[in-house]
Unconditional design. Sequence first.
Length: 157
Amino acid sequence: MSNPVPAAEGRIHEFTTQSGADTVEVGRKLAHLLKPPQLLVLRGELGTGKTTLVKGIAQALDAAEPDEVTSPTFTLVHEYDGTLDGRQVKLYHLDVYRLESERQLETLGLDELLTPEALVVVEWGEKFKSIRKKATGEIAIASAGGDARKITVTLRE
């Protein structure tokens, strides 16, 4: 993957999972590390479990059950209402894989999504300079053989 978000004095958390269920569990743990407003780039090759991780985040926020969270590949944005530490939060799950230009990206209204209560997770966000620039963190998922995955979370301070 090209153009990673710079770590820049952030907190790094690493996880290794052995199954999709493990990846959902990491998402649940990760939700409690996030503080809105947050814009996270979610990197990983096709099929590495990006949406599976978001399932866990949504479940931890009481925003959706894992089977209700699907990839927004064609709709581009899915929105979930939840709570985090007693506060109302909005979880926005974006997939910009199919977009090819900053101009197309602008039509999503990303800036309008970045409200004080927002957690915005963008699959394939590393493709766009504007997203990399605004990102407050990155989640990278890599295959570690078979169903195993290495998940590296970098959150800027």
